[in-house]
Design a protein around this ligand. Structure first.
Ligand code: NAG
Ligand code: NAG
Ligand code: NAG
Length: 314
């Protein structure tokens, strides 16, 4: 009962630490203030705009997602004198956009014309991701609308409808803990405690030249770590201790590769969205792209080890 009460208390405390409040009226005032400052070329507004992605280079080679400068954006603060505007805090959002189906007529005799890149996007049906930086009081919907109307529409670009904007926005405020986080922390802490105390217990016993109790040392890193990489044959030839270790590593391999394959960005969001799959053709990419044969690999290595063990018997 005490634990449950403690959990509820912890949840309440953490949820109380609110992140930046969304306020539509304040957002409108701040966006207008930002627009005006930008037209007047004020330094702070240009700094905020500096954190934005412009048009990334190498989109044809698969550089379709670009974050802009995330850190500069979320750390951005500007105090205004206007009481309606108050303090402006940076909020970073990834927006995804494509070229309009039909280009509007335009005359241009410029040699370097950005619209030619838009034409390229249209021809190849590219969908680009870009980081924008706007006031943190703005909701995801407001930011979408602002970028679509103010920035994109003048370049024959349009924001796409195939994603949930709210999950692509962040500030540097600490994220409030939810019940599920607290539960996970408690469970993992129990495991960590078991691991630590069990390892300590075993090391102490070994130092005292005493045999550790099987049960108390069950979670020991020392004992289990030795087994994980043990290639020695046990008493019974049918047990090779490193096989479960191999199985575990194969499992993690499959899990992490699947995770990447499904487009969840871990290191580089552009890796698997490469336009012509150039990255996937590199021989070292096979570490991640041929994960489905990790199971077969496990079977082959397992088989070799078993054969080695059987032959060693003769
Ligand atoms: C967010 O950035 C501001 C401004 O740089 C800083 O004062 C604040 O400590 C940061 N918050 C966190 C949680 O890092
Ligand atoms: C684009 O132009 C084509 C031909 O001119 C037309 O059939 C089509 O409806 C236009 N699409 C849009 C979205 O306006
Ligand atoms: C973005 O703006 C275009 C006009 O430029 C409009 O047709 C489209 O519906 C807008 N999309 C969103 C998601 O607001």
């Amino acid at each position: 009962m005490t634990i449950v009460r403690l959990l509820i208390l912890v949840t309440l405390i953490f949820n109380f630490v609110a992140s930046t409040a969304i306020d539509d009226a304040k957002c409108d005032a701040q966006l207008e203030y930002f627009d005006q400052a930008l037209s007047k070329h004020e330094k702070w507004a240009i700094e905020l705009f500096d954190a934005w992605t412009k048009l990334q280079s190498g989109i044809v080679s698969g550089n379709v997602n670009d974050f802009g400068h995330f850190d500069q954006c979320v750390k951005f603060r500007h105090e205004s004198d206007d009481t309606k505007v108050e303090k402006i805090q940076g909020k970073h959002c990834m927006i995804f956009y494509r070229a309009l189906e039909n280009a509007t007529e335009h005359e241009s005799d410029r040699k370097f014309d950005w619209r030619e890149i838009v034409k390229l996007m249209r021809e190849r049906s590219l969908r680009l991701g870009a980081g924008v930086c706007l006031p943190s009081t703005c909701s995801a919907a407001k930011i979408r609308h602002y970028v679509n109307e103010t920035v994109l529409s003048s370049s024959d670009l349009v924001i796409t409808n195939d994603y949930d904007q709210s999950i692509f926005c962040s500030t540097n405020d600490s994220i409030p803990f939810e019940t599920i986080d607290v539960v996970a922390i408690v469970i993992l802490s129990i495991f960590a405690l078991l691991l630590l105390s069990s390892t300590l217990y075993e090391i102490l016993m070994i130092q005292r030249n005493q045999r550790p109790h099987e049960l108390f040392s069950a979670f020991s890193v020392y004992k289990n770590g030795k087994k994980l990489f043990d290639m020695k044959r046990g008493q019974s030839t049918s047990i090779i201790h490193c096989l479960p270790g191999l199985r575990t590593l194969s499992m993690f391999h499959i899990m992490s590769s699947l995770w990447k394959q499904r487009g969840i960005p871990i290191i580089n969001t552009n890796v698997f969205s490469s336009v012509d799959g150039e990255w996937n053709l590199k021989y070292w990419a096979s570490i991640l792209t041929i994960f489905h044969i990790a199971v077969d690999l496990f079977l082959v290595i397992g088989g070799c080890l078993l054969a080695r063990s059987t032959m060693g018997q003769k």
